[in-house]
Design a protein around this ligand. Sequence first.
Ligand SMILES: Nc1nc2c(c(=O)[nH]1)N[C@H]1C(S)=C(S)[C@@H](COP(=O)(O)O)O[C@H]1N2
Ligand SMILES: [Mo]
Length: 199
Amino acid sequence: MGIVTRGFRGRRDPSAEKLPPGQYLTREFPVLSAGPTPDIPLDQWRFTIRTEDGAERSWTWRELLDLPSEQPTVDIHCVTKWSKLATRWEGVSVDTLLADVSTSARYALAHSYGGYSTNLPLADLRDGKAWIAYRYDGRDLPGEHGGPARLLVPHLYFWKSAKWVSGIELRADDTPGFWENLGYHNYGDPWREQRYTGD
Ligand SMILES: Nc1nc2c(c(=O)[nH]1)N[C@H]1C(S)=C(S)[C@@H](COP(=O)(O)O)O[C@H]1N2
Ligand SMILES: [Mo]
């Protein structure tokens, strides 16, 4: 017994199944920044998690690099409709950074050097779904792509992956970030094509 409809789709490009609705594949790595690329001297760089109680935990650049890192290979999907498959990164899992942060917050607001921000449920940063990435394709992450370090949350549209990330604010309540305030979807699941408010 077989599934009759299976033959229709037959042997199409296997990468097509990795493309969320409305997306096209690119081999380029487009740069999308709402403002200028900030210049952050590494000796001044900090990454800070602030809890809903105001408690703060910070890491210097050296401290971040000393944490165990992971090398995720992930597909990324921009709301402007390009997708890029099997991109190779290195960075620290957000789980590692949250390990000894005590919180009952349900929401997170990621902040960037330069003022960008983006919000998401804290659950979407946990359980191996998000990283603070500092290497791309075997090299230090270029400034235009968010170096020295960016948030990487590949299961959501790429605007949630804050470049030049400076910290994560843990919050009891949800509050929109930069693009979410300008009409983009609050959650941004590419598989449900949640591009704009109301999608
Ligand atoms: N700080 C900051 N992070 C940002 C942005 C930005 O303008 N500023 N743009 C977002 C958007 S809309 C996308 S698609 C990706 C683009 O990342 P890239 O330039 O590395 O392709 O970064 C996201 N993170
Ligand atoms: Mo984007």
